[in-house]
Ligand binder design. Structure first.
Ligand code: GLP
Length: 241
């Protein structure tokens, strides 16, 4: 695991955006694995700036998002589809047909999960996957558990995740209790991974991810087994290393 410690959120976002942009410059038809949450927002802003300045072109990239809430329609402001469109996609020239986000309202969710993994595989696999991290060490929505789920699957969200994501909703009761998420194998199959974290509330999770024992209790710890992971953290998130 490569560790990059930066001073603050802005620097973390800039570093991550540069890595993503380099990937796309080197391979314009890159397959990007994308994440939601507050962490990558700054990176998306930087990438939009780079696009506006003519430094990066998204016309050939294909994207796969990590996860989506279950039971929430795409046009709902809380959906990750809405988040991606409003924070990134609508400002760049990615083709709509090249955007993939799990469908959280699919009638047959099991089939939706199988199809999602199939689409990733058929695309040639994810070249670079961006990850945030939950305070409990989750990646995507792979929650701490006694087992790892390998493929894209339906997850029951952890109490901690529901509490921490409640800040985006009017009340905790509105937070969906389930989500569709890429599994650990899907994530581990990515050729490169960058994990971003900022703030003191992520320090514990980062320490366990990098220094802890590899265990499904801390899903991000399995990244220790991947051979191309870069962790970009601000000083606060790195404070327990
Ligand atoms: C969410 C998402 C994750 C994200 C994490 C951290 O629940 N499913 O993909 O990395 O929680 O979120 P944040 O960046 O807002 O701290």
């Amino acid at each position: 695991m490569r560790l990059i410690v930066v001073d603050n959120y802005e620097e973390m976002s800039k570093k991550a955006a540069s890595i993503m942009a380099s990937q796309i410059i080197l391979k314009p038809e890159s397959i990007l694995g994308l994440a939601t949450g507050s962490t990558p927002l700054g990176m998306y802003k930087e990438l939009i700036k780079m696009y506006n300045d003519g430094e990066v072109d998204f016309s050939q990239v294909r994207t796969f998002n990590l996860d989506e809430y279950y039971g929430i329609r795409r046009d709902n402001e809380q959906s990750y589809y809405y988040y991606m469109d409003n924070n990134f996609f609508k400002y760049i020239n990615v083709k709509e047909d090249n955007i993939n986000i799990p469908n959280g309202t699919a009638e047959d969710v099991e089939q939706e999960c199988i199809n999602y993994d199939k689409r990733i595989k058929e695309s040639g696999g994810i070249d670079i996957q961006v990850l945030g991290i939950g305070v409990n060490g989750h990646i995507g929505f792979n929650e701490p558990d006694v087992n790892f789920e390998a493929q894209t699957h339906l997850v029951k969200l952890d109490k901690k995740t529901i509490e921490s994501n409640a800040r985006f909703f009017n009340s905790i009761e509105e937070v969906p209790v389930k989500a569709v998420s890429m599994g650990m194998k899907t994530i581990m199959n990515s050729k490169k991974i960058i994990l971003l974290a900022n703030g003191i509330n992520k320090a514990d999770a980062i320490e366990k991810t990098m220094k802890g024992k590899i265990s499904p209790e801390v899903p991000a710890s399995i990244l220790q087994l991947h051979n191309d992971v870069t962790i970009i953290v601000d000083k606060a998130a790195a404070s327990k290393l």
